[in-house]
Each structure stands twice: as structure tokens, then as C-alpha cells.
Write a protein of this length. Structure first.
Lengths: 515, 368
């Protein structure tokens, strides 16, 4: 059987294309997701696409990639109109994309992943001829990944590199990266972006990167475009423009609520005490291993770490979603069980990550969701079991007003709300009472600027009122902004704890990477 | 999508979401019924039969006379109870299809308990409640077991409850054809007849047995339980998102097993009435498919205990008219089953229309 394929990536010096969109418009029902957006990405540039959540960045790249067909507008590749009706067309034109989540097959090796990604992959692969070709391909690349390693055993950084190598292997010279560094340590992120930047400068690739992080944009990109509410609000030289200018283009003139002040106080009693917590995953492998941590009253302890190092398991244990195999939790020196009675008795509240998935029942109404903490207590419940919708609704209306939850009615299913409003409804439920312990996980993930500021200041307010706050976050900036102390989680255990004033981004990053 | 800060919190306008929900819950099932009637008409035309005659006969056989109405109600009584047996676990997120088994086992245990009661000369005033309670307890344990396996052992509840049904039928057969067989039941192995004194009579002025009243009463009680009590609220939370329920510290396992036990008790009670009001003994006649038709009833009623009552009556009418259709149109008894099957398929398809009827959609404020 002849398995020979046109040898992939034989000719790396293929010139990197330029890409432009002209008047791109995409309408979903009543929503104009993209309104006449024209961007220009020059050949060999490292271009940042900035914007808040929902600004239309994903819609734009999905139109370029052919996942969506734009209602109006065109994609110009090297100045010529290109018809991209499906991702297959995009691929044929040499436009490739790296997604936020990995698209590699974990149980196959890096080499296998590369070969099967080819459109013309043969039914029977002749490894004797493929391997030398892959090796030769790797030799031409600026970075390598071990070819015979299973993808599941690669680190996140290596996986991300392999994703990029895969696009180059497929001869794709226009790379779209969707927040490529969200799963990487700062060190890994800098390495990958640095290498891509060099390739772009040599004219081997053109990169369009969706990003939230100004630091990365300033460090690696040469040009940028900003979208806001589906419209183009600015573009220019990424090195010349200041962060302030770029952020103004992103958020416009929206008033951002003032951040709560960090107030000093003298109450230093330990409130939350995690003593040797251990838990296992579905297959019985340990996911957290002897976690010891104390959180004092009026203190925010931030837990940093690369995702998948046990942080979500820790939050699940504290929320009662995962049983402990060993260890104990104490609050005010009394044993705490994550059961409803103890949540109320010790005034423990939580803002889990992805609130629609972890903190709400999507099909129940906003009013019902707001009542999750209070439905079995007076005035909503009488005799302990009889439910009165009247008080439930009145309470919801009050909290909707106070927390500015934007909903058509308290009776709307909460799934009809936007992400920021779902999070506000959860805040209203969890923070409107008296809070002693607050457990927060990635509270701002996927939210827009204004909501982020508001939610962070709410968390700070709880701290100032004397709550012990445990903040688990994958966003190092968030941890640096809010925490009084930082703990780093790596390999299922707390590997480093330090007061915020005695540490910095680099030290934390090194501990995140497991050094 | 981008949330605008500092904007009016509650915006009025358009339909109230609760009204929309009610319109949908009415419009879609009725539409599905009409669509399946049209499909079935095509089927009849294909066979060279008149759809007009067919639906006319269904009307006559189901509601045409005082006799047929009572026949309909008689048949709808177990359907209400088995409908509840599907609907209550569905509220907590489980798809349990084991009502048939709980009904059979409940009926059998009522008949079995009756043997010493009857021979011991106990008065029916004491004996009948004991029979009913044992039927409910056995049914509750049977479906409760499926719920327990689901929550604590991760066993798929749909499959386990179906298989438990077959086991239940086998258990009944084992005893009815063996240790508990009435020697007088030559052709159709049965338990000892409970005797006329132990028969549950008809409601005053009708020939419909008390099972109908029990079904209606339970429907109302369970409606209240699910919508107006903290238990029902917790069950709906668990059914809607078990992770959120856990994060609120709810005893999820207890809720799951309790809902399943309630379901099993309903089905077991249906079995009790089949024995004590219809057959007078336990035998293979208990395996009449009421448990499975109950799934259809609950589906059409959108798992709403109150809506189960009219839907069960509708299906009772279909079954009551089956004989008439057979005699007058020369069509096999299974014709009604074909119609039921079509309704079920169309109903499943119609589920996709929720939230997609264009004129009912609220205007969203720039959200995704």
C-alpha cells in the first residue's frame, strides 16, 4: 500500500500570509455579535485581539475559521478574497487555530497525534518512513516535543507546544491562538510566546492571539486590535500604545465601582483550619495530599497553582462535593462537616467556580436560586417544611435590586441570565448575610471588566468585616491583588506559603512550576 | 455577555416567564397528541380503515356512555399511580422505569399477606390496610433499591429498575406456581382468592373502585409535597443540579432514596388495588403493562402530579375502547398499542420544542 503523503512541512520557508477581514458582520437573532469589523494582520506579525468577554473576539475568529458564516464581510488572505465556508476550507488555506482546551488525544503519543491530524492520514501508517520524517520536521522547528511520549504524560506547556507544532506540521502559517496561556505557568507562557514571537519575526508564521493579559501583549505582540460589544474600537502598535489606552478601548466609559480598601485589623484568631486533608479522584488516585492551611479572621489566603494540581478537589472537599479520605476541617477549633447544618452553624459560604454549573440549578427561577440558603428557614419556611413563595419572592426582589442582578423577572430561569448576572445572583445569596468563612474559587473567570471589579470588591468587603476568606484562583493577578497571604498548590499539596509583602510573581511562579 | 452595570434591575415587558412555561407545557403536549393522531390516521388509511370511524369509536368506547366512562376511570386508576411512580423520581433527575415490577410485587405481597389474614378470620377493616401497607412497603423497597444502587453504587437506574421489574415478575411467578399456589387454580396459577369480604368495593354511586380516589388524593398530596414543601424544593434542587445541591449541604442520598421509595409505594398501591378490587388474587394478569403505560402518562403530563390525572384518564379511555375497536373494525387489540407507541415517539420529539417557539421567546437584553 502506498502511504506516501506529500511530505508535510517539507518547505518551512513558505511565506507567512497576511490576513484581513473586511466589514465582518454576524447577527444571532436579536444580537449583533459582530458589527462591521475590519481588522488587518500583517504578514509575519504577532497580533493581539483584545476585548472583554462577549466583545465578539471568539465570534470573529470563528468567522475567520469558517465555524460561522458571516452575514456580511469577507476574509482577505494576502489581499485576495478567500472563501472560508467551513473549518476544512480554512485548513486548506493554511489558517489554523489553537483552542483554549487541548485537542490532542491523551492516550496516543506525540508522533501519533501529529500523523493522525493530517487530512490525508493513511489507514495503515508506515512508521518506518513516518518517524524519520517527523524527526526531520522537529529538527527544523524552534522547539521540540518528545515524539514517543504519551500526550497524557506531557506537561501543559509541552502540550501547548505540541498543539502549535501540529499546526506547523499541517503547513498552517496563519495561527490563531485563543487565550493560549490560561493553562500554563507564567514561565511556560513566556517561553511559548517568546518562541512564537521569534518565528513571526523571521516571517515563518503570522500569529493572531486572543488575550486578556496586557502583560503578555506588551511583552510579545507588535500590533493589536480591540473589540467592544461587537465593534472595532481601536487598533495600533502594541509597543507604542499604553496599557491605559488599550484598557480604555476595551471597557469604554463604563463606570467601574471603586475597589474596597484593604483595612487593617487586629483580630488574628484562626478561623478556618485545614488539618492534613486527603482525598482521591474517581480512580482512587490521590488528588490532594495532606493539605495543611490556617486562615485567620479578616484575612484572604490566596491559593495559586496551575490548574489540575488539586485546587478544584480542595474546593470540592470544602463544599461537600467530595469526601475526605483523611484529615479534618476545624472552624473556631470545632470540627466542621460540610453538611447543611454546619454551613449554617459556622456561617460558611461559598462562591464556586463556574457558578451556573456549581452553584445554581439552571432551570429553576432566579428567585428560587437566591433562596437556596434560606428556603428551609423562616420566613420562607414555616414549621420547618412548609414553603411560602411570597416571602421567597420578596426576598429575591430585594436582593436583585441590591446586587443589581439584571433579569426580566425573578421568575425567569437563571440560565437565561448572562454570566456576570448569574455570579451576582450567587453573590446576593451567599454574601447578603453574616459571613464567617468564605470559600471562593475562580470567581471572575469569564466575566467582563466591570463585573470583575465589583466581585473583587465584594470579596474584599467580606474580609474587612472579619470573614476568613480562602481564595482559589488560576489568575495570579487576582491573587496578587486580593490576598493577604499566598499559598501555592502543586501536586496536590501546599508547597509554599508566604505573606503577600514578602513574595513576588516570579517566586510564586517558580513554586507553581514545582521548583 | 457584557453586563451593563448600574441599570434597572427588573425589566418588565413581554410574557412573564412563568406564563410562558405554562403555555408551553400545554401547547406542546397537545400539539404532540394532535400530530400523533394525524400520523396514526395515515397508518389507518394505509390499512384501508377510516380514521374517522376509529376516533369515533375511541370516543364512544371511552366516554360514550355511563358504562364506558366508568370503565375508563377504572382503567385510569392504576395509570395515575404508575404515572406518579415515574414522575416523582423524574423530579430528582432519575429515569426509573420499574413501576411494572413494583406494581406486580406489591399486588403479590398484598395477596400473600391476605392468606393468613383471611384464614385467621381477621376483619377486613384491619386486614385491608395491612394489605395496602405491605404492598406499598414492598414497592417502596423495590424502587428504593434502584435509587440506592444509583446513588451509592453508581448503577444506571433506568437499566436496574427495568431488570428489577423482570426479577419482580419472576418472584411472583415462583410463588404463584409453587408454594402459594391455590390448588383450585388449574389453568391459571394464582394465589388463594381473598374472598368477597376482602374485596375493595366501588365508590358510592359508581362501579369504579376506590383506587381512583386514592390516585387522585395521592396526586394532590404529591403535588403539594413537590411544589410547596422544603422536601420538594430540595428534591428539585437535587434533580436540577446535584453538584449545587451538594454544595448547599443537602443530604442527596437520602433525598434520592426517599423519592424512589415514594414512587415504589405508589406503584405498589396500584398493585394492591388490582388484587383487592379487580382480580381478587395474584396471578399473571397483574402483568398488564400499567407500569409502562404510566411512563407515557407521566411524560405527557410533564412530570406534573396534577396533570397526571387527566392524562391517565385519556389513556384509560384508549384502553377501554380497545375492545370496541377490535370488534367493530376488525383490527387487532394491539392497534391501541401502536397508537400509544406513536404518541410516545412524537412526544419525545416534541421535547425539543421547549424554549424554541418563536413568538414566546422573551426579548433578551444583548445576552448570549
Amino acid at each position: 500500500m502506498n502511504l506516501a503523503a506529500p511530505s508535510p512541512a517539507a518547505a518551512l520557508p513558505l511565506r507567512a500570509p497576511s490576513l484581513a477581514t473586511a466589514g465582518m458582520t454576524k447577527i444571532f437573532g436579536p444580537l449583533v455579535a459582530l458589527d462591521d469589523v475590519s481588522i488587518e494582520v500583517e504578514s509575519g506579525s504577532f497580533h493581539a485581539l483584545l476585548g472583554e468577554n462577549g466583545a465578539g473576539k471568539s465570534t470573529l475568529v470563528k468567522c475567520i475559521m469558517g465555524f460561522y458564516n458571516a452575514d456580511r464581510g469577507a476574509v482577505l488572505l494576502d489581499g485576495l478574497e478567500a472563501e472560508v465556508r467551513s473549518p476544512r476550507d480554512a485548513r486548506a488555506l493554511g489558517i489554523g487555530m489553537v483552542y483554549q482546551q487541548f485537542t490532542l488525544v491523551p492516550c496516543l503519543t506525540a508522533a501519533e497525534n501529529l500523523v493522525i491530524s493530517r487530512a490525508d492520514a493513511a489507514a495503515i501508517i508506515d512508521w518506518k518512513t513516518e518517524m524519520p520524517r517527523l524527526e526531520a520536521f522537529m529538527d527544523r522547528m524552534p522547539f521540540r516535543v518528545r515524539l514517543n511520549e504519551l500526550v497524557s504524560s506531557l506537561s501543559a506547556g509541552e502540550k501547548q507546544k505540541l498543539e502549535i507544532l501540529k499546526l506547523l506540521y499541517l503547513e498552517q502559517r496563519f495561527l490563531i491562538l485563543d487565550e493560549p496561556t490560561s493553562v500554563l505557568t507564567p514561565g511556560e507562557a513566556d517561553e511559548v510566546l517568546g518562541l512564537l514571537g521569534e518565528m513571526a519575526r523571521r516571517g515563518e508564521v503570522t500569529v493572531l492571539m486572543i488575550s486578556h493579559k496586557f502583560r503578555e501583549v506588551k511583552a510579545f505582540c507588535d500590533s493589536f486590535t480591540v473589540l467592544r460589544r461587537g465593534r472595532l474600537t481601536g487598533s495600533g502598535d502594541a509597543q507604542a500604545a499604553s496599557v491605559e489606552e488599550m484598557s480604555r478601548m476595551m471597557i469604554g466609559d463604563t463606570e467601574i465601582r471603586e475597589r474596597a480598601e484593604r483595612r487593617k485589623h487586629n483580630d488574628t484568631r484562626t478561623v478556618l483550619d485545614l488539618a492534613g486533608l486527603c482525598a482521591v479522584d474517581g480512580e482512587g488516585r490521590p488528588v490532594i495530599n495532606a493539605v495543611n492551611l490556617k486562615v485567620r479572621a479578616g484575612e484572604i489566603v490566596g491559593i495559586a497553582g496551575v490548574s489540575g494540581n488539586g485546587q478544584s478537589a480542595l474546593v470540592e472537599v470544602l463544599a461537600g462535593q467530595k469526601p475526605l479520605t483523611d484529615g479534618a476541617i476545624f472552624i473556631h477549633d470545632k470540627p466542621f462537616e460540610p453538611k447543611r447544618g454546619d454551613f449554617d452553624r459556622f456561617k460558611v459560604f461559598g462562591l464556586p467556580e463556574e457558578p451556573l454549573k456549581n452553584a445554581t440549578v439552571p432551570r429553576m427561577s432566579v428567585a428560587e436560586n437566591i433562596a437556596f440558603r434560606s428556603y428551609d428557614k423562616p420566613p420562607i419556611a414555616s414549621l420547618g417544611w412548609w414553603l411560602s413563595p411570597g416571602p421567597m419572592r420578596r426576598k429575591a426582589e430585594k436582593l436583585i435590586e441590591r446586587y443589581r442582578v439584571k433579569t426580566t423577572s425573578p421568575d425567569s430561569p437563571i440560565e437565561a441570565l448572562s454570566g456576570g448576572n448569574v455570579q451576582r445572583a450567587v453573590l446576593a445569596r451567599e454574601l447578603s448575610g453574616d459571613v464567617d468563612v468564605l470559600i471562593v474559587a475562580n470567581p471572575c473567570f469569564g466575566l467582563d471588566f466591570a463585573s470583575v471589579a465589583e466581585i473583587r470588591s465584594q470579596i474584599m468587603e467580606q474580609r474587612n468585616r472579619g470573614a476568613a476568606v480562602l481564595l482559589v484562583s488560576e489568575d495570579l493577578d487576582e491573587i496578587l491583588e486580593l490576598s493577604d497571604r499566598v499559598a501555592v498548590m502543586s501536586g496536590g499539596t501546599i508547597s509554599y506559603v508566604s505573606p503577600i509583602e514578602d513574595t513576588d510573581r516570579n517566586t510564586i511562579g517558580q513554586h507553581m512550576a514545582g521548583h | 455577555m457584557t453586563a451593563v452595570v448600574a441599570s434597572p434591575s427588573i425589566e418588565r415587558g413581554g410574557f412573564n416567564p412563568r406564563t410562558i412555561g405554562m403555555i408551553e407545557a400545554l401547547l406542546i403536549p397537545v400539539g404532540a397528541l394532535v400530530a400523533s393522531a394525524v400520523l396514526f390516521s395515515v397508518f389507518l388509511l394505509f390499512l384501508g380503515k377510516s380514521p374517522v370511524t376509529f376516533f369515533g369509536l375511541i370516543w364512544t368506547g371511552g366516554f360514550g356512555s355511563a358504562f364506558s366512562i366508568q370503565n375508563t376511570l377504572q382503567r385510569s386508576a392504576p395509570l395515575i399511580l404508575t404515572g406518579l411512580a415515574f414522575a416523582i423520581p423524574a423530579r430528582i433527575g432519575l429515569t426509573l422505569i420499574g413501576a411494572e415490577g413494583a406494581l406486580v410485587l406489591g399486588g403479590f405481597s398484598a395477596a400473600a399477606v391476605a392468606i393468613p389474614l383471611v384464614s385467621g378470620g381477621w376483619t377486613p377493616v384491619i386486614g385491608l390496610p395491612i394489605m395496602a401497607l405491605s404492598a406499598m412497603a414492598v414497592g417502596a423497597m423495590w424502587i428504593g433499591l434502584a435509587g440506592w444502587l444509583r446513588h451509592y453504587r453508581g448503577v444506571n437506574e433506568t437499566i436496574s429498575s427495568l431488570l428489577l421489574s423482570y426479577i419482580a415478575i419472576a418472584i411472583m411467578n415462583f410463588f404463584v406456581e409453587g408454594a402459594l399456589r391455590d390448588p383450585a387454580s388449574a389453568n391459571k396459577p394464582s394465589t388463594m382468592p381473598i374472598g368477597d369480604a376482602y374485596r375493595v368495593g366501588s365508590m358510592p354511586g359508581t362501579s369504579v373502585h376506590w383506587g381512583l380516589a386514592a390516585g387522585v388524593l395521592l396526586s394532590v398530596l404529591l403535588y403539594i409535597l413537590m411544589s410547596r414543601t422544603t422536601f420538594g424544593f430540595a428534591a428539585r434542587m437535587t434533580g436540577g443540579n446535584v453538584r449545587a445541591a451538594q454544595a448547599q449541604g443537602l443530604p442527596v442520598g437520602m433525598l434520592v432514596v426517599t423519592c424512589c421509595a415514594i414512587a415504589g409505594a405508589c406503584a405498589g398501591l396500584a398493585g394492591f388495588f388490582e388484587v383487592a378490587a379487580i382480580h381478587g388474587q395474584a396471578n399473571a394478569s397483574l402483568v398488564a403493562g400499567y407500569g409502562f403505560t404510566g411512563i407515557l402518562v407521566a411524560f405527557l403530563a410533564r412530570q406534573n402530579p396534577l396533570a397526571i390525572i387527566p392524562v391517565a384518564i385519556l389513556f384509560g379511555a384508549l384502553q377501554a375502547a380497545g375492545g370496541l375497536v377490535q370488534r367493530r373494525m376488525g383490527m387487532p387489540d394491539a392497534t391501541v398499542l401502536v397508537l400509544q407507541g406513536m404518541i410516545f415517539v412524537v412526544l419525545l420529539v416534541s421535547e425539543t420544542f421547549y424554549g424554541r417557539i418563536p413568538f414566546l421567546q422573551p426579548k433578551r437584553e444583548g445576552g448570549r
